[in-house]
Design a protein around this ligand. Structure first.
Ligand code: FAD
Length: 464
């Protein structure tokens, strides 16, 4: 685009959203060149901050009319490049649409704007004994709009389900500028499940401008503890044995040896650094019977190579354990200048084999790989440590991460558990989908976005 044309586009956006609601200077735009992922970068042409669905609609119509791509963005914590303007274009930031509009305690739902942060919903209702269940580790920073777009999961989704299971309805601005309402505040809706369709659509079907989210009761009590394991296999076998015994923990989070020293230093923990793995386990439910259940679980853990157990004695200790888990990756910053988080899934029972393969891949590419993951879901998150300044190291990390995803598929799993495909993983889509599958998905995208200006360059492999 010529500079004079660009200037007039910026003026057009300002006339819709307001003088102070458009960023177009180079320095400010650099802030938006990446998301939580460190590999892909793309600087937007401008960023606009609407405050209402009507403004979003006007912006979308204006940009489409001028044949300019646009990309919805929440907090930018995504880990697959979903909010990056990889084909150029204007970022529409939803962060100023950050109000909780309604809380209905009796009917257990809340209506929120898309820029409300995940944990803000629970904070607003926990005194009423309720919470918004999906709890990504990024919950302090990520937005409800981003959670919906990525169908976010978290430690507690093993028992309670991912974001799609907790969204009742939404308001969406479609690529033609129409503002539509999908679903409702009741549990059942008629017709196609378009709310389900929007969840996990990675900002490629429309822009969520309002969400009706489900609130569910907090359990009467939690029992949280950490098993110290002599072997990763032992920890994973524990999971299989717990399910066999008919016990469904609310969370099972495995952290491997590579992390332990960093976690001790960063969070004042005392994990023995000669352990092979620690597993954070949580049970929830009525207080009555919880002690008996705990003994049963600990017996199963001990039969599976657990050498010690640290029990969270009170809510502060529980909070500390969860902070340690949720911020674990950041602690790796003590060990490495750069890291790259991968996300894949294998059937739960194949986790020991998968971790062995990850160790082999690390050796093959001469890099260190740390693992902290939602073990109960078979959702792995290998973190590949590297130093961009060392020749070829980034290339080796990318090759290793591709091999990890191929191994997941080989084992009957898939290429993303919760971070989405975005720009990062589009080249791996052919590992799990045929060309015909991809064409059908493109047709679906075309129903919503026939002109293709909404978040282009995502999900589909370039050559397809
Ligand atoms: C430290 C860390 C821990 C994490 N832990 C987890 C975890 O446990 N579980 C998990 O699932 N993810 C996790 N993530 C990934 C990330 O936080 C989630 O994908 C989150 O849902 C992204 O929300 P966001 O607001 O940052 O969205 P962004 O990164 O801004 O955008 C993500 C995608 O959503 C789209 N989008 C954003 N807002 C809207 C909207 N209003 N309408 C339509 N599309 C929209 C964007 O176009 C993009 O495709 C983690 C990330 C980090 C950095």
């Amino acid at each position: 685009m010529e500079q004079w044309q660009f200037g007039s586009i910026i003026e057009g956006l300002k006339s819709i959203a307001g003088e102070k609601s458009v960023l177009s200077d180079k320095e400010s735009l650099l802030t938006y060149e990446s998301d939580g992922l460190t590999m892909d970068t793309a600087v937007p042409w401008a960023v606009v901050f609407p405050v209402s669905a009507e403004q979003v609609s006007e912006i979308v119509k204006y940009l489409t009319g001028n044949k300019i791509p646009y990309i919805p963005r929440g907090a930018g914590t995504g880990l697959s490049g979903g909010c990056l303007p990889v084909k150029g274009g204007i970022v529409i930031s939803l962060t100023r649409m950050n109000r909780i509009l309604e809380i209905d305690i009796e009917n257990r739902f809340a209506i929120v704007e898309p820029g409300v942060l995940n944990e803000e919903v629970t904070d607003a209702v926990k005194d009423h004994g309720l919470h918004f269940s999906p709890d990504p580790s990024s919950g302090q920073a990520s937005t409800i709009g981003g959670n919906i777009a990525e169908n976010a999961g978290g430690p507690h989704t093993m028992k309670y389900g991912v974001t799609v299971n907790h969204v009742l309805g939404m308001e969406v601005v479609l690529p033609d500028g129409d503002i539509v309402e999908l679903g409702s505040s009741t549990l059942e809706t008629q017709g196609y499940d378009l709310v389900g369709l929007m969840n996990g659509s990675e900002g490629t079907f429309g822009i969520v401008t309002k969400a009706i989210v489900k609130l569910i009761p907090l359990p009467e009590t939690y029992l949280t503890f950490c098993g110290i394991y002599n072997s990763v296999d032992g920890a994973v076998n524990t999971i299989t044995q717990l399910f066999k015994a008919g016990i469904t923990p609310v969370a099972l989070e495995l952290i491997d040896k590579v992390y332990l020293k960093g976690l001790n230093e960063a969070f004042d923990m005392d994990f023995p650094t000669d352990a092979e793995a620690v597993m954070i386990m949580e049970l929830d439910g009525p207080e009555e019977g919880m002690d008996t259940l705990r003994e049963k679980v600990i017996d199963i853990c001990r039969e599976n190579d657990m050498r010690d157990v640290q029990i969270a004695a009170d809510s502060d200790a529980r909070k500390k354990l969860w902070t340690t888990r949720k911020h674990a990756t950041a602690a790796l910053g003590r060990m490495t200048p750069f890291y790259y988080t991968q996300d894949g899934v294998v059937p739960r029972t194949r986790l020991p084999e998968m971790l062995k393969r990850i160790r082999e891949i690390a050796r093959k590419y001469n890099i260190t790989i740390a693992n902290a993951f939602h073990a109960g879901d078979g959702n792995i998150h290998p973190v590949l440590l590297y130093d961009e300044r060392i020749k070829d190291e980034k290339t080796r990390v990318l090759a290793a991460s591709g091999e990890i995803l191929e191994t997941c598929v080989e084992m009957g799993g898939t290429i993303s558990g919760e971070h989405g495909i975005g720009s990062e993983k589009k080249k791996y889509m052919k590992l799990v989908f045929t060309v015909d599958d991809l064409e059908q998905m493109k047709d679906l995208k075309g129903v919503f976005d026939p002109e293709g200006f909404l978040n282009p360059g995502k999900i589909f492999p370039e050559e397809n």
